[in-house]
Design a protein around this ligand. Structure first.
Ligand code: HEM
Ligand SMILES: *[C@@H]1O[C@H](CO)[C@@H](O)[C@H](O)[C@H]1NC(C)=O
Ligand SMILES: *[C@@H]1O[C@H](CO)[C@@H](O)[C@H](O)[C@H]1NC(C)=O
Ligand SMILES: *[C@@H]1O[C@H](CO)[C@@H](O)[C@H](O)[C@H]1NC(C)=O
Length: 333
């Protein structure tokens, strides 16, 4: 009896140890991750992107978008950066990225500058997390303490990249794509606020201007003055790659104007306007749009929190993945 009891007690103790061990190898991200191994990493990132910004005012927006497209596809693991090889099908050819995702040469420059100082230490996934925070900050938006310690994938996932949120998705589709990666309605609305800067090509909203949802008419949730302006810039079936400001009021500034635009029926993409105008918005995302439109500090705090939430999507930590020496290829290839 006694020996039976102590045997089951020791198996309980063993189980507890095993669980602790497993937890230990599944390391958490941390803001101090490179404090000893690459203490200047964040200053280097900032310096390279400021340099790039001198000849490309759009770069802060472009880098911020890359973080979204990386994190939504098999987690924030730098998979977006891999170029095609005989064994890798690059995510860059997915519709959301092809002739659209930009900023890759700047990421290469950041990586090269960091490899010069601390070779083999900082992942491409973390570089992008730092670059997006610095981009938002430098554009007048909030700053936050970036969690670090992600490693880079040795695979890409084109199929998953084909399933990135689309500007033609309905609200319920957008909500389910966010919830599939553990993000809430508040995250959806806050992160969509990144459309306060950067550009969008006519092809991503052309049908709203002329033949919305095959009705032969413009999208009724589009302000008519704004509609006329957009029709000038994007004639029917022409200039499909033409660029338009996502936020016509303050195109390069990170502020809360995105939400007042949406309130004024001036969301550029269908996916923007859906957050307020969809028939199921009233009970889901519309109150969140209105609360961000009325308070900059509420939006800025929520955006920082949601960027951290998005940055936590299934990172590779511990000994999983690798630290790529070139963001475009897996080591040794
Ligand atoms: C909610 C679902 C989303 C959809 C459907 C969507 C869709 C788009 C589209 C179609 C463009 C224009 C791309 C082009 O014309 O080449 C764009 C641009 C942009 N998106 Fe989103 N987006 C979404 C969420 C996000 C999120 C979560 C972020 C970041 C937190 C983000 C940041 C940006 C930025 C900054 C730009 C401008 C990029 C540039 O100028 O290079 N978007 N988005
Ligand atoms: C950190 O990096 C910045 C930007 O490259 C540079 O100006 C600065 O001198 C560096 N500081 C140290 C201590 O290396
Ligand atoms: C990407 O865009 C290029 C140039 O427009 C086009 O030739 C190519 O077919 C596109 N790739 C895919 C996979 O759609
Ligand atoms: C588009 O049309 C379909 C079918 O007529 C309808 O079910 C859907 O709600 C429409 N979408 C929007 C955003 O109006």
């Amino acid at each position: 009896m006694l020996s039976n009891y102590s045997a089951s007690l020791s198996s309980v103790v063993l189980t507890i140890f095993a669980v602790l061990l497993l937890r230990g190898s599944e390391a958490q991200l941390s803001s101090t991750f490179y404090d000893r191994t690459c203490p200047n990493v964040s200053a280097i990132v900032t310096s390279v992107i400021k340099q790039a910004h001198q000849s490309d005012v759009r770069i802060y927006a472009s880098l911020t978008r890359l973080f979204f497209h990386d994190c939504f596809v098999q987690g924030c693991d730098g998979s977006l950066f891999l170029d095609s090889t005989p064994t890798i099908q690059s995510e860059k050819s997915a519709p959301a990225n092809n002739n659209s995702a930009r900023g890759f040469p700047v990421v290469d420059n950041i990586k090269a500058a960091i490899e010069n100082v601390c070779p083999g230490v900082v992942s491409c996934a973390d570089i992008l997390a730092l670059a997006s925070e610095a981009s938002v900050d430098l554009s007048g938006g909030p700053s936050w303490s970036v969690l670090l310690g992600r490693r880079d994938s040795t695979t890409a996932n084109l199929a998953s990249a084909m399933n990135l949120p689309s500007p033609f998705d309905t609200l319920s589709k957008l909500r389910s794509k966010f919830s599939n990666v553990g993000l809430s309605d508040t995250d959806l609305v806050a992160l969509s606020g990144a459309h306060t800067f950067g550009r969008a090509q006519c092809r991503f909203f052309n049908q709203r201007l002329y033949n919305f949802n095959n009705t032969g008419r413009p999208d009724p949730t589009l302000d008519t003055t704004y509609l006329a302006t957009l029709q000038q810039s994007c004639p029917k079936n022409a200039n499909l790659n033409g660029l338009n400001n996502l936020d016509p009021t303050t195109p390069n500034k990170f502020d809360k104007n995105y939400y007042s635009n949406v309130e004024n029926k001036r969301g550029l993409l269908q996916s923007d306007q859906e957050l307020l105008s969809s028939s199921d918005a009233a009970s889901t995302t519309a109150p969140i749009v209105n609360s961000f439109a009325s308070s900059k500090s509420t939006f800025f705090r929520a955006f920082a929190t949601s960027m951290i939430n998005m940055g936590n999507i299934s990172p590779l930590t511990g000994s999983r993945g690798e630290i790529r020496s070139n963001c475009r290829k897996i080591n040794g290839s």
